[in-house]
Write a protein that binds this ligand. Structure first.
Ligand code: WTA
Length: 651
């Protein structure tokens, strides 16, 4: 569970209540009735699913062969049709879908009809390049409109996309391409980050010799002449060339509700990322419905989710949720502090953003930078705020409420996962009385519990494991090519209940409070990383004999990575070696996984059966007295570790 004792304590003592403003309540999309409706989940989800377009209606809402779910059995549907064609027949045809702002300052406004045309053309281009229904396509791109076009074009022709976050290294990209056996890669010459150009195609070139299934590569020209981008004849194509001659209309593929819409790799408790499989009908229903009610969506809203499309938050609440609802949204390419720390607030003022959805780590940075940055801008267009990705400490919540929302905007603290596809725990704006730091209640039609070691629900006031008790439409269906791991990871700890991996508390009023992960996953600035992944990157270095990685509390990032490393005989634990190891992790995984601290030790705390006791490492790193050491093979190692940690920390 979270090591941040101070935060945890303040969280559990939090008593303030924030009822929804009356004016908000009166006009809210959700009313308390919706919880009643959710008591019959199948009827509820069937009602919202029928607001989408189906080529053929389903025969059965849910087929639940635990742990395998099928939603909207027999239904035929297409994601891109629902995001585009459904809107362009009516008044939304010329409505703005995306207001895009590039980091250097350019702006593009794309209407639903523009997006429709681009997606159709690119879908035809993909077909011409040989992509067929059910072929996987990997996408490795920054936050530019073409990533939206690419994903919807794949969906249009029934080719599951597998988006790899542009901040992952080339090696991480290779691993994900090969696991998915992708046929085509869509990338970009480069993207901007804090004024620097990140050459993605060049990175991809490093590994394309080791990706035997890739037949073609489509490259979007983003930065142009700044980079010299090598193109291999017969394999690499410029995006603008392939779309320029493409036919204008591409008939959407009629997908079975249970056909795979996308794969998204996420960190698990082993070194190998898992391919989370999402299917079409249920996923679309889940994100359509949650977007509508949780964000209190009205046609005149301007929504802005600051996540990257490379993560599930971007998939569900930049791509599918908003577009299914016909919303207008802002998409921003770059960093929050470039060129200055007022960048986000200037974007909100300029585009009159009404709903902002971001992560606690960003809020904590803003707190550190001071309120002067936001006081320069008019943020009065905001009416609703949201957060996601990691626990938010009550102080950050209240700051967000006070300074960003000017004490007038409800905050939806939404808990969910790559695997859940859609938000599960959340307040409903206009309905729920918010408590800072609490994710409130299960969304209508879903179910959650906090259970003890034996799987029994805890009493109000108790804490334990967060589990989900009912199937929900956007749930993952399996792990790609690894059904056994799907069963073991999520469904074997407590029979019949989905194990989330999070610890939680249920308070006296029935509100849920997330305490953090109980497994070996850490959340660094909201990014999900497994300790095992970082450990295998470290031991891959020739100087390293063994490594143990833990999350340590971090003021801004929530958690940061600390690595305890045993070097091989003859190697020296110098500052240079620390740098070298950090660079190695960056190369193997990417900048997000680089350890904040690297501590050289000669032994690690292990049980007699050889299992590393990370709990004790966490005690050392947080300066706590070590907990129970009776199962340690060598209790003396603790003293050495403590001394090493303290002396190296001080350096
Ligand atoms: C954590 C992100 C507290 C949690 C959408 C979960 C949260 C993991 C919250 C999934 C929240 C997500 N409060 N913790 N509101 N939202 N988490 O797959 O530990 O990147 O299990 O999905 O993030 O991370 P993932």
């Amino acid at each position: 569970m979270s090591d941040n004792n101070e935060t945890l304590e303040s969280l559990l003592q939090e008593k303030r209540l924030f009822p929804p403003p009356e004016s908000f309540k009166r006009a809210a999309v959700a009313t308390s009735e919706i919880y009643k409706e959710g008591e019959d989940p199948e009827a509820f989800w069937a009602r919202t699913a029928s607001e989408l377009h189906w080529f053929e209606r389903w025969d059965k809402v849910l087929e639940w062969n635990l742990p395998f779910a099928k939603w909207f059995v027999g239904g035929k549907i297409n994601a891109s049709y629902n995001c585009l064609d459904r809107h362009i027949g009516g008044p939304s045809r010329d409505k703005t879908a995306i207001i895009w702002e590039g980091e250097p300052g350019e702006q593009r406004t794309i209407t639903y009809f523009d997006l429709y045309r681009e997606v159709n053309a690119f879908a035809n281009a993909l077909k011409k390049l040989g992509v067929k229904k059910s072929d996987r396509v990997t996408i490795y791109m920054p936050m530019i409109p073409e990533i939206v076009i690419a994903m919807l074009a794949c969906a249009r022709i029934g080719a599951p996309h597998s988006v790899v976050f542009g901040g992952f290294s080339a090696e991480a990209l290779r691993e994900r391409i090969n696991d998915a056996e992708a046929k085509l890669l869509i990338t970009v010459d480069g993207g901007y980050r804090r004024g620097k150009v990140i050459p993605l195609k060049q990175s991809a070139d490093e590994i394309l010799k080791d990706t035997p299934t890739i037949e073609s590569v489509v490259v979007v020209r983003r930065v142009g002449d700044i980079l010299r981008t090598a193109m291999r004849q017969g394999r690499d194509y410029w995006y603008h060339d392939v779309v320029s001659g493409a036919e204008e209309y591409c008939k959407p593929e009629q997908m079975d509700a249970e056909d795979m819409l996308f794969l998204l790799y996420s960190s698990g408790t082993t070194g190998k990322p898992k391919g989370v499989v999402h299917t079409t009908g249920g996923y679309l229903t889940g994100v359509y419905t949650t977007f509508k009610y949780i964000f209190d969506y009205k046609p005149e809203d301007v929504f802005w989710c600051t996540a990257d499309v490379g993560w599930i938050t971007g998939h569900s609440y930049i791509i599918y949720g908003p577009l299914l609802n016909g919303a207008t949204q802002v998409m921003y390419e770059g960093a929050p502090d470039y060129p200055g720390r007022g960048r986000w607030w200037s974007i909100i003022e300029k585009h009159k953003v009404s709903i902002l959805y971001t992560a606690p780590t960003a809020i904590r940075s803003f707190i550190k930078w001071g309120t002067a940055w936001l006081e320069q801008y008019d943020l009065s267009s905001l009416r609703l705020l949201g957060t996601v990705g990691e626990p938010i400490n009550p102080e950050a919540w209240v700051w967000y409420y006070k300074y960003v929302g000017n004490e007038g905007c409800p905050i939806v603290d939404t808990w969910w996962q790559t695997e859940t596809g859609q938000v599960i725990l959340t307040p409903l704006p206009g309905v729920t009385v918010c408590k800072p730091g609490s994710v409130a209640h299960p969304f209508p039609g879903t179910g959650a519990e906090v259970v003890d070691e034996h799987g029994n629900p805890v009493k109000p006031g108790g804490s334990g494991y967060l589990v989900l008790t009912k199937p929900w439409p956007a749930m993952l269906r399996t792990l790609y090519k690894d059904e056994q791991r799907y069963i073991e990871t999520y469904w074997s700890r407590f029979p019949g209940k989905y194990l989330t991996g999070d610890g939680a508390k249920l308070d006296e009023d029935g509100y849920f409070w997330i305490l953090g992960r109980v497994d070996d996953i850490i959340k660094v600035a909201g990014h999900r990383i497994s300790t095992a992944e970082v450990e295998s990157a470290l031991v891959d270095h020739q100087a390293v004999a063994e490594a143990a990685v833990i999350g340590i509390p971090h003021e801004i990032k929530g958690e940061a990575i600390a690595a305890f490393v045993i070097l091989k005989e003859g190697q020296e634990g110098t500052p240079q070696m620390q740098q070298e190891l950090r660079a190695h992790v960056r190369k193997k995984i990417g900048p997000i996984a680089v350890p904040e601290t690297v501590i050289f030790v000669s032994e690690l705390p292990k049980t007699r059966s050889g299992k590393i006791m990370r709990r004790l490492l966490r005690d050392i790193a947080s300066g706590r007295a070590p907990g129970d050491v009776s199962t340690l093979a060598e209790p003396a190692v603790m003293a050495e570790l403590k001394q090493k940690y303290e002396s190296q920390e001080a350096e």
